[in-house]
Design a protein around this ligand. Structure first.
Ligand SMILES: Cc1cc2nc3c(=O)[nH]c(=O)nc-3n(C[C@H](O)[C@H](O)[C@H](O)COP(=O)(O)O)c2cc1C
Length: 196
């Protein structure tokens, strides 16, 4: 190999090294965004949806919006279904002050994206700290990919101590709603179970 070829090889090697470094930074950055749950940290807003007729009760829907907003879409749909059923609905980001006041609600729903089978840390912490009034029906949704399987629900329950057997929320209705599923039908069925 002559000197010119050696210089060329070194250049190619350098370019490959730089590309590899960039790839590692991108992968680590993506993992950090997901596992440090940055989407949950930004969920500080809240709004109240009032029913058209007389209110039949109060419902709280707490969400981690996720990175693409798919989980927020599920929360919006569940909230609007509860509103249509006559509830005054407080729709609150998991890091909002509104979400931390959990008294006087007939229904409390919390949910966000599912990564590696588990809800995000903000939703896990929220559920483990949740102390609903006696008689409050709690619902949990995970927004994931693919249709719900029994194992998806089992993994969500396993990941949250309060939902597991003997936990304070072991009576909660737990569902996974996949991005490819019929959101209208799944949200309506979830709300029906919460109201049963
Ligand atoms: C690293 C990673 C792990 C995931 N693990 C699961 C999983 O275990 N079950 C599932 O249903 N979806 C899983 N998904 C899909 C996400 O839950 C789905 O894309 C969801 O809509 C993510 O919401 P977001 O993009 O708003 O954060 C995973 C996605 C990523 C990127």
């Amino acid at each position: 190999m002559n000197e010119q070829e050696k210089v060329k090889m070194r250049k190619i090697f350098k370019i490959i090294l730089i590309m590899f470094a960039v790839l590692i930074v991108v992968v680590v950055g993506f993992a950090a965004v997901i596992f440090l749950n940055l989407s949950g940290l930004t969920a500080t807003g809240s709004e109240t949806l009032t029913p058209t007729g007389a209110s039949v009760g109060k419902a709280l829907v707490v969400y981690d919006p996720g990175l693409s907003g798919a989980a927020k879409g599920v929360a919006d749909k569940v909230a609007s279904d509860l509103q249509a059923d006559g509830y005054t609905v407080v729709l609150a980001g998991v890091r909002s002050e509104t979400a931390s006041d959990t008294t006087r609600y007939g229904i409390i729903v919390a949910g966000g994206p599912i990564y590696a089978g588990a809800p995000t840390s903000s939703i896990k912490d929220y559920l483990n700290d949740l102390q609903p009034d006696q008689g409050t029906q709690v619902g949990v949704f995970g927004s994931g990919s693919g249709p719900e399987e029994a194992s998806d629900v089992a993994m969500i329950i396993d990941a949250v101590t309060a939902l597991s057997e003997g936990g304070s929320l072991s009576n909660a209705v737990v569902v996974k709603i996949g991005t490819g599923e019929d959101l209208n039908a799944r949200a309506a069925d979830f709300v029906k179970q919460l109201r049963a």
